[in-house]
Design a protein around this ligand. Structure first.
Ligand SMILES: CN(C)c1nnc([C@H](N)S(N)(=O)=O)s1
Ligand SMILES: [Zn+2]
Length: 257
């Protein structure tokens, strides 16, 4: 994240805790996954997403990421299984990416940084509403999918042409996010936090082992988004990833050997 100047203070990720104490907690994200420390858990079953393409609403550039929001007023697009108990409602998906292909993901796997990382944010309706879910350790489930750049043409990042500048929002309907899933369902899971302030520690992370491919022109389109509004100078929206956080004794489990 670039340094956000606020009331004269320069704010980088190392300063977030001054206003958001949770940012210095024991269960922060992202983390590096070291395969040698991962514990295979045979009780971890497959996860299942049943998404309604009609739930997709709009795509937005909020100056920090590009985000697609979904109707989560009832169990319309849900994720269940894997490490989860019950059905979690899909609320939004967004991405983190770098200024070049050799970095951009938030989680790092055995030292490997991917060009981008896609997050599909779901919440547990047993906690009443999204705000209530943020206060619970089992409140939120985020599926993380790594993006690697390949020559192959892909249309996974459709719709970003209409949201070039901060504040731009466009309809984004009839979209089934399950097209973004890789073939393999293998995943790592651990308990962590949001990677932007207030960094609540309410997330069951489900990180998919197999990356999906994105084409160079799609990455270029992502990097052509601006942090600024349309009447301001272009300020490329890149490097919106949080640095690695301490694992603090947490165990990362895998669904695969
Ligand atoms: C409150 N919501 C939906 C979010 N807060 N922080 C978010 C981050 N972008 S992440 N990467 O999902 O933790 S998403
Ligand atoms: Zn994210």
């Amino acid at each position: 994240f670039d340094r956000i100047a606020r009331n004269g203070l320069i704010w980088g990720p190392d300063h977030w805790h001054e206003n958001y104490p949770m940012a210095k907690g024991d269960k922060q994200s992202p983390i590096e996954i070291n395969s040698k420390d991962v514990q295979h858990d045979s009780s971890l079953g497959p996860w299942h997403a049943s998404y309604d393409p009609g739930a997709a609403k709009t795509i937005l550039n909020n100056g920090r990421t590009c985000r697609v929001v979904f109707d989560d007023t009832f169990d319309r697009s849900v994720l269940r299984g894997g490490p989860l108990t019950g059905a979690y409602r899909l609320r939004q998906l967004h991405l983190h990416w770098g200024s070049s292909d050799d970095h951009g993901s938030e989680h790092v796997i055995d030292g490997v940084k991917y060009a981008a990382e896609l997050h599909m944010v779901h919440w547990n309706p047993k906690h009443g509403n999204f705000a209530g879910a943020l206060k619970q350790p089992d409140g939120v489930a985020v599926v993380g999918i790594f993006l690697k750049v390949s020559g192959k043409y892909s249309r996974i990042l459709q719709g970003i042409d209409n949201i070039k500048t901060k504040g731009k929002e466009a309809p984004f309907q009839h979209f089934d996010p399950s097209i973004l899933f890789p073939k393999s369902r293998d995943y790592w899971t651990y308990h962590g936090s949001f990677t932007t302030p207030p960094c609540e520690e309410c997330i069951t992370w489900i990180l998919l082992r197999e990356p999906i491919e994105v084409s160079p022109d799609q990455m270029a389109k992502l990097r052509s988004l601006s942090k600024n509004g349309e009447n301001e100078p272009v300020n490329p929206l890149v490097d919106n990833w949080r640095p690695l956080q301490p694992v603090k004794g947490r165990v990362v489990r895998s669904s695969f050997k």
